[in-house]
Ligand binder design. Structure first.
Ligand code: ADP
Length: 188
């Protein structure tokens, strides 16, 4: 396969964003984070941002059609031609099915999927100590985000069973980056 079409999944606090950025630098393909795109919309005060702010603050998922359109538009851009790293999308089986269709319409090669695994208590500790000032990084919302992950997102792992690599997400940033690169076939 010549394209590097990656989906990076895992619970909140697993380090998807950090590791996606590392892979982006290593492989020269863009990171596409729906969470970042939505936070930018909120910060800009756009109509979309106003619509999703409360949902995000509660740790719920924004409606599928909102994120799907963001991703559809983003994946069609020319910088995604040789590959991309999706971070935080898909987050439901429905989003996964639509993504399959989007990629088929674009004539893209198969995706590779990696899930970062971190024990729940460490996830909570990491989020509470990362100090990014995110409105959803408080004790109550974290619990809700973890619940939403288990109930709504974890089922996508079945959808991707054939392509899925589980990656141990505990360790130093460098160690995890090496494991992840090896798992998705871009190791040194
Ligand atoms: P984390 O992985 O730490 O929960 P993200 O930055 O990926 O953080 O997402 C933050 C919030 O943005 C989510 O709790 C949700 O409200 C919204 N969001 C991001 N991606 C999606 C998506 N694919 N579908 C629905 N909502 C999303």
């Amino acid at each position: 396969m010549s394209e590097l079409n990656l989906i990076l999944t895992g619970p909140p606090g697993a380090g998807k964003g950090t590791q996606a950025k590392r892979l982006m630098d290593r492989c020269g393909i863009p990171q596409i984070s729906t969470g970042d795109m939505l936070r930018e919309a909120v910060a800009s005060g756009s109509e979309l941002g106003q619509r999703v702010k409360g949902i995000m603050d509660r740790g719920e998922l924004v409606p599928n059609e909102v994120v799907i359109e963001l991703v559809r538009e983003r994946l069609a851009r020319s910088d995604c031609k040789t590959g991309f790293i999706l971070d935080g999308f898909p987050r439901t089986p429905e989003q996964a099915r639509v993504l399959d269709q989007i990629l088929e319409d674009l004539g893209r090669e198969a995706v590779r999927v990696a899930c970062l695994q971190v024990p729940e208590q460490e996830l909570i500790d990491r989020i509470l100590s990362r100090g990014e000032g995110r409105a959803d990084d408080n004790q109550e919302t974290i619990r809700r985000r973890l619940e939403v992950y288990q109930n709504e997102t974890a089922p996508i792992l079945d959808h991707y069973a054939a392509a899925l690599k589980q990656v141990d997400g505990v360790g130093s940033f460098d160690e995890i980056a090496e494991r992840l690169a090896a798992a998705v076939g871009v190791g040194s």
